[in-house]
Ligand binder design. Structure first.
Ligand code: BGC
Length: 376
């Protein structure tokens, strides 16, 4: 099944510590306490990712697998086609196949409890990857980017571009979108953005012709696009433009929580005759997917919030190494991510705003994106 070498716990621990000294991020000690090999774990890892249909998850899964195999771990990587039942049975198979560490990016954060409780009863350690797993004690650690900050950066970008904090009164038309209602991250993204933008909606500086402006942070699910699909976002934007912009009004701003939705919204704007560089609205995103980086260079998307998923992989690699060694797992946030059953200790990484001016210096120079893939 997998070609990874199987090493004894002792040999593996030495290899991992040596490997991690070279690749762990600054400040990451890989833990400090314990060091008791007797409590260590075999490095047999099951990685469960939501879907191959989005570039980021392909990069995340394959990047992490390579890192862990480089450390001598046995790794099984599965994608669940955005289907919860499939993800559950893949996790069950991984545990039956001997996985002792599970790294799970949940499709629906609410539904994995029983499968993970079963995994824990067989001594597996569970790391929630990027998305929190809710409603169960059976999640040990969480590695992610600061999800609230992702939304906050989108909101602040819009605020800055329109000069709202400097007193610009508009009014500007805006259409807000939110992510998949079953994705725990989506609520954080929306809250981060809405905490910046909602005061301007209330004061009438931002107007939402479709009426799809949630009354508060908790109302986001009503405008969420289930499954994060570009096509669904496009259909929703078509509908809003055709129903609420009938008298020649133009949309000035679209709050899009990520790149897959932005892509659909941009297709809709294009079909409606909006022109980049003239009446094209400000539009936000997240992930720095290649298609969206191209859109940024073509003035069809204003920004994306970049999460260097290679760093997330490195963080999870350090967590896995600490678990294998029986060391304390390093976290930097122990009070934000309450999953309803426990507050899951988390390691949060910092997201970064990328605009047209930063594509070369940030995305290309760091090797995240190939210049040739985006026409540079
Ligand atoms: C991730 C985003 C991604 C979205 C859709 C979220 O949970 O954090 O990076 O764009 O899922 O896959």
């Amino acid at each position: 099944m997998t070609t990874a070498r199987k090493l004894s716990v002792a040999a593996l621990t030495v290899g991992l510590v040596a490997g991690l000294a070279a690749c762990a991020p600054a400040g990451s000690s890989g833990g400090g306490g314990g060091g008791d090999d007797a409590s260590g774990t075999e490095c047999n890892v099951g990685i469960s990712m939501p879907t191959r249909s989005l570039e980021r998850w392909i990069n995340d899964g394959e990047g992490l697998k390579e890192k862990l195999e480089g450390d001598g771990c046995t790794v099984d990587l599965q994608y669940a086609d955005n289907k919860t039942d499939q993800q559950i049975s893949q996790i069950q198979n991984q545990v039956a196949g001997g996985a002792k560490i599970l790294v799970v990016a949940a499709i629906d954060g609410q539904t994995l409890g029983p499968a993970l409780e079963d995994a824990k009863s067989q001594d597996a350690t569970v790391i929630a990857y990027d998305r929190l797993i809710n409603g169960t004690e059976a999640v040990d650690y969480y590695a992610t980017f600061d999800n609230y900050k992702v939304g906050q950066l989108q909101g602040q970008y819009i605020e800055e571009q329109l000069g709202l904090a400097d007193g610009e009164k508009g009014p500007f038309t805006m259409e807000p979108f939110a992510g998949s209602p079953d994705d725990n991250n989506a609520g954080f993204f929306f809250a981060g953005a809405w905490d910046v933008l909602q005061p301007y909606v209330e004061s009438g500086v931002l107007v939402v012709p479709s009426g799809k402006a949630p009354a508060d942070d908790d109302g986001w699910k009503a405008i969420g696009i289930l499954g994060w699909g570009s096509d669904d976002a496009q259909a929703e934007m078509d509908n809003r433009l055709q129903s609420f912009y009938t008298g020649g009004e133009k949309v000035d701003v679209v709050l899009s929580p990520n790149d897959s939705l932005a892509l659909g919204i941009e297709a809709s704007l294009d079909a409606a005759g909006y022109q980049p560089g003239s009446d094209w609205p400000i539009i936000t995103g997240q992930d720095a997917d290649v298609a969206n980086v191209k859109a940024i260079l073509a003035d069809q998307q204003s920004m994306t919030v970049w999460k260097d998923t290679r760093e997330l992989g490195t963080q999870v690699q350090a967590m896995v190494a600490a678990i294998v060694a029986g060391d304390e797992v390093e976290t930097n946030d122990t009070d934000t991510y309450d999953n309803g059953e426990k507050v899951v200790p988390a390691y949060l990484l910092d997201p970064v705003v990328v605009t047209k001016d930063d594509v070369q210096g940030t995305l290309v120079d760091s090797g995240f994106v190939d210049a040739s893939d985006v026409g540079l």
